[in-house]
Design a protein around this ligand. Structure first.
Ligand code: FES
Length: 83
């Protein structure tokens, strides 16, 4: 399926580029030209990146990869420092 109509870039091309080591939106944009013309394909490109397992922090998609938040232990009264 064509993801970027302006540059005729398919999802297969994007996946192949990711498999070859491109792991950021900026790299895909630079190498393939996606989202450099009208820009309407940016979200679709980021979706393909997310589906390909590219880290959310690199692709800008934050909903696809839940981040484990360490549990914060409340300080006990004797661990608090006086201000
Ligand atoms: S559809 Fe990708 S830049 Fe226009």
């Amino acid at each position: 399926m064509i993801v970027c109509v302006c540059k005729s870039v398919s999802d297969r091309t994007i996946r192949a580029s990711i498999a070859e080591g491109m792991d950021s939106f900026d790299e895909l944009q630079f190498e393939l030209g996606v989202a450099t013309c009208c820009g309407k394909c940016e979200e679709s490109v980021r979706d393909v990146m997310s589906q390909s397992g590219v880290c959310a922090s690199r692709c800008g998609v934050t909903h696809a990869h839940p981040v484990a938040v360490p549990a914060v232990q409340p300080l006990m009264f004797y661990e608090r420092k006086a201000a």
